[in-house]
Every structure is written in structure tokens, then in C-alpha cells.
Design a binder for this molecule. Structure first.
Ligand SMILES: [Zn+2]
Length: 294
């Protein structure tokens, strides 16, 4: 099973996470029926989310919501500390012209905003931070958010490599954070290592594991593993109750129309593709509840 690997440097000035996320990115792209552009964007976003989430605490969840004006529309990815993740994209079949022979994720997202939503159990409202998209390449935008919202400098590399059919061949990433008080010498060592590093895509295609992805960016800086015993898995928390609530949120008139048109309502979860049926009787109960409230 694949896990997010956590590390810290000897002097504790650096902490890092690294992952090979191929399996979950593939599963997500299949569920989302993602074309090549959406696969690149969603794959980077969900890889970024799992790297960030592994640095949180028990049961905490981080969600990244990229809202650009490009043809992809919204790109959303979410991950928990325990390695559960999921993602979703408005326009999974969107495409844009290649740029220098590559899929142009920045043009796919366009300009816009990144919302980062951090939530934890027993907390009434989640913490939401918003920044403008700086390059719309996803990794840079996450780094910018961390700098703006948490005053944390970071190095982040996210990669998705597609095969000639546009399917996910391999995906992975690394997030390195500079902790408060990091010395000039540590910063210098990290900068030198990053400058000398091989491109992430090259490392991924060569079959590197998470530790090798990290070492590629930290060079000779001694890094130690830190316990994080959770398997990465694509997972959705949708259920019948949530499905009914989402129908309820459509409001009285919509529900009335559904009752007039058919015997039941079917909805499909955007994250996992699961289907839910809201029975005719249940729709009538919902309508009665609306009428009782007024
Ligand atoms: Zn679901």
C-alpha cells in the first residue's frame, strides 16, 4: 500500500512529506472521466492536498478549491490526515492548446482564486484562507498560500505523467517546509539541492519511490523519517443522509417539480460516482417539512 512519507531534518529546520500517488490519482481520474488536462490538474491538486494533510493532526482535513476562469472551471481536492482523499472537477473534458509541447494546466485553470479550507472535528466553522492564483500551475499556488497565510516558506513539486493514451502513468510529489528559525546555512543548502535536482517528472518516470523523490530535493541534508502509518486511499464520505440533504438544499419548488415529474429522484455523487435514490415518499415528506416551516 502507498503511504505519505514524513521526514524532518536533523536540526528540525525542515519538515517534509513525499508521496507516490499514482493509484489514487488513477482511481480519481477514472471516476471523474477526466481527460488529459483535468487529469493533470486534479492529479496535482489531490497530491498537494495529501502532502499538506499529512502534516496536520488526527481527523483534520484540508481541501483545496481552485476557482479559475479557464475551461476547467473549479478543481477541488480534499485529503485527511489519515490519507483519505478525493477530488472533483467542473469540466473533466476541457482542453486547451499545448504550450511548448506540454499540457498547459495554467491555461486550463486561468486566473482566479485558491480557497484552502481546513477543518477538524468538533469545530463549528472550518478555517478558510483565500489567495489569488499566482501561476495557476497548482504547486506554486499552494506555496503562495502557505507563505501568505502561514508565513511558511516551502518547496513544492507536484507531478502527473500521462501515457500516450492520456491515462495516468505515474503521479507523485514532495512538500518541504522551512520551519521558523531556519538558519541561512540550512536555507542555502536547500536552495543548492533544489537547483541541482532532476525534474520531478523524470524521477517519476524512472520509477523513483517517495524517499528518492525527497532526496532529489534535499541533497546531502540529513533527513529522518517520521511515523505516519496510514495507507493512502481514494475515499468518499457520501451517504444516503447527505444525498437527501443535498436535495433538500435545492428548495421547495425544485422538490415539488421532482414529485410532479417522476416517482423518485436519482442523484450521483460527483466525487465517487455512487448513485442514490430518494424515494417518492421521502420527497413528499421533504415537501411537507417545507410547508410546515412556512
Ligand atoms: Zn461519494
Amino acid at each position: 500500500m502507498k503511504r505519505v512519507h514524513r521526514f524532518y531534518s536533523d536540526n528540525l529546520f525542515l519538515r517534509a512529506t513525499a508521496v507516490i500517488s499514482t493509484d489514487v490519482v488513477r482511481e480519481m481520474c477514472t471516476i471523474q472521466k477526466a481527460g488529459p488536462l483535468a487529469a493533470m490538474a486534479l492529479g496535482r491538486a489531490v497530491t498537494g492536498a495529501v502532502l499538506m494533510a499529512a502534516q496536520l493532526r488526527d481527523k483534520q482535513v484540508v481541501a483545496l478549491h481552485f476557482r479559475g476562469n479557464g475551461p476547467l472551471g473549479s478543481v477541488y481536492a480534499e485529503a485527511s490526515y489519515e490519507g483519505e482523499c478525493r477530488g472533483w472537477c467542473d469540466q473533466p473534458n476541457a482542453s486547451v492548446p499545448f504550450k511548448d509541447g506540454r499540457i498547459d494546466v495554467a491555461a486550463g485553470l486561468g486566473i482566479g482564486l485558491l480557497n484552502v479550507i481546513r477543518s477538524q472535528p468538533f469545530e463549528k466553522a472550518p478555517h478558510v484562507g483565500t489567495v489569488e492564483l499566482v501561476t495557476s500551475e497548482i504547486g506554486d499556488d499552494i506555496a503562495y498560500y502557505m507563505q501568505q497565510s502561514h508565513q511558511t516558506s516551502s518547496v513544492i513539486a507536484l507531478g502527473v505523467v500521462l501515457d500516450s493514451q492520456g491515462q495516468v502513468e505515474v503521479a507523485g510529489g514532495v512538500l518541504i517546509e522551512l520551519m521558523p528559525g531556519a538558519t541561512e546555512s540550512t536555507i542555502g543548502d536547500l536552495e543548492a539541492a533544489v537547483t541541482a535536482a532532476k525534474p520531478l517528472a523524470e524521477m517519476l518516470v524512472a520509477g523513483s519511490n517517495a524517499i528518492q523523490l525527497l532526496k532529489n530535493l534535499t541533497g546531502s541534508i540529513p533527513m529522518n523519517p517520521s511515523e505516519h502509518p496510514f495507507d493512502l486511499k481514494y475515499s468518499c464520505r457520501c451517504n444516503q443522509d447527505r444525498a437527501e440533504r443535498s436535495i433538500n438544499m435545492l428548495g421547495r419548488e425544485e422538490i415539488k417539480e421532482m414529485i410532479a415529474k417522476s416517482e423518485s429522484s436519482k442523484i450521483r455523487c460527483d466525487f465517487c460516482g455512487r448513485h442514490y435514490t430518494i424515494s417518492f415518499d421521502r420527497l413528499r415528506e421533504m415537501l411537507a417539512n417545507f410547508d410546515r416551516m412556512n
